[in-house]
Write a protein that binds this ligand. Structure first.
Ligand SMILES: Nc1ncnc2c1ncn2[C@@H]1O[C@H](COP(=O)(O)OP(=O)(O)OP(=O)(O)O)[C@@H](O)[C@H]1O
Ligand SMILES: C=C(C)CCOP(=O)(O)O
Length: 262
């Protein structure tokens, strides 16, 4: 079974000021994913559908008064509805390409404690896989057990790491909008060099992209999640979804330019 993360930076216009789908990319990426015909779980990021609201409503910050609590509730509603809309469009496109994609809404079965997954029964995911479906999950706004924050944002990266370990995935592929992990942000440092393999000991610099909201730590958040996975002997790879054919090659087991995290 493989788990593939479709990054919000590839599926949406992440630096847009309102939720904006990249329809051309979605169509191509869905076609490429359809080349894989075995057990698969898809997790997608939120891009401009989730980070804008999560940032605006400061979901995950400590709640200090009743007004802030009400505002967080409003923010969770808007964030969930927005990422749900993105998920609907993605599942509809995947189904058009012949993939039996079904939504499993993270906020309906995952609860965090201090922003880390604490409750997550994967039984229903296993049952859908056994019945030939492709479960599609996504970064979402969830309930948090910590009474001071009550709500949190869970990234697609944390979800794939949890599922890969719990369901013993054979391969984990993350498709973003860069070729892999670089020595520095390649969008701001043209001298940055692509790194073939990243381990706990790899020295690198990650920076956020100032022109967009990102509440889950961007590339650094991703790397930290994947290094936790590597501690459990499950390696993963980051590839560029923007390069036509990369996802098709990766799901087909062919070599693709990128970074292995091990
Ligand atoms: N050292 C680095 N190597 C590679 N990319 C980096 C680095 N530092 C920062 N970045 C930035 O990280 C971005 C990718 O991280 P991001 O979290 O946006 O990916 P994503 O998974 O597609 O998004 P989402 O989390 O919304 O699903 C790239 O666009 C790049 O500009
Ligand atoms: C911002 C929200 C709602 C989810 C973030 O998940 P990610 O895009 O995978 O980092």
């Amino acid at each position: 079974m493989i788990i593939i993360k479709l990054g919000g930076s590839a599926l949406t216009v992440k630096d847009a000021s309102t939720p904006t789908l990249d329809e051309e990319n979605l169509d191509r990426i869905a076609s490429e994913v359809s080349y894989y015909n075995d057990d698969m779980i898809i997790v997608h990021g939120a891009g401009s559908y989730g980070h804008i609201y999560a940032d605006e409503y400061k979901i995950g910050d400590v709640i200090t008064n009743a007004n802030e609590h009400l505002r967080r509730i409003e923010g969770v509603c808007k964030t969930q509805t927005s990422v749900q809309q993105l998920n609907h469009d993605i599942c509809q496109k995947l189904q058009q390409k012949g993939i039996p994609a079904i939504t499993i809404k993270p906020s309906s079965f995952i609860v965090t404690n201090q922003k880390r997954i604490a409750v997550c029964d994967t039984t229903i995911i296993k049952q859908y896989l056994e019945n030939g479906f492709v479960p599609v999950l996504y970064g979402d706004a969830v309930l948090d057990m910590d009474e001071d924050i009550k709500f949190a944002i869970i990234s697609g990266d944390q979800i794939i790491t949890y599922l890969a370990y719990d369901l013993k995935a054979d391969r984990v592929i993350l498709a973003s909008d860069v070729d892999g992990i670089y020595t520095d942000n390649p969008k701001t440092n043209p001298e940055a060099k692509l790194i073939d393999e990243v381990t706990q000991d790899t020295q690198l610099n990650t920076t956020s992209n100032e022109n967009m909201a990102d509440v889950t730590g961007g590339m650094n958040g991703k790397i930290q999640e994947l290094l936790k996975l590597a501690e459990n002997n499950i390696q993963s790879q980051i590839i560029n979804a923007q390069t036509p054919g990369n996802i098709q090659k990766a799901v087909s087991g062919q070599n693709v330019k990128g970074t292995i995290i091990k």
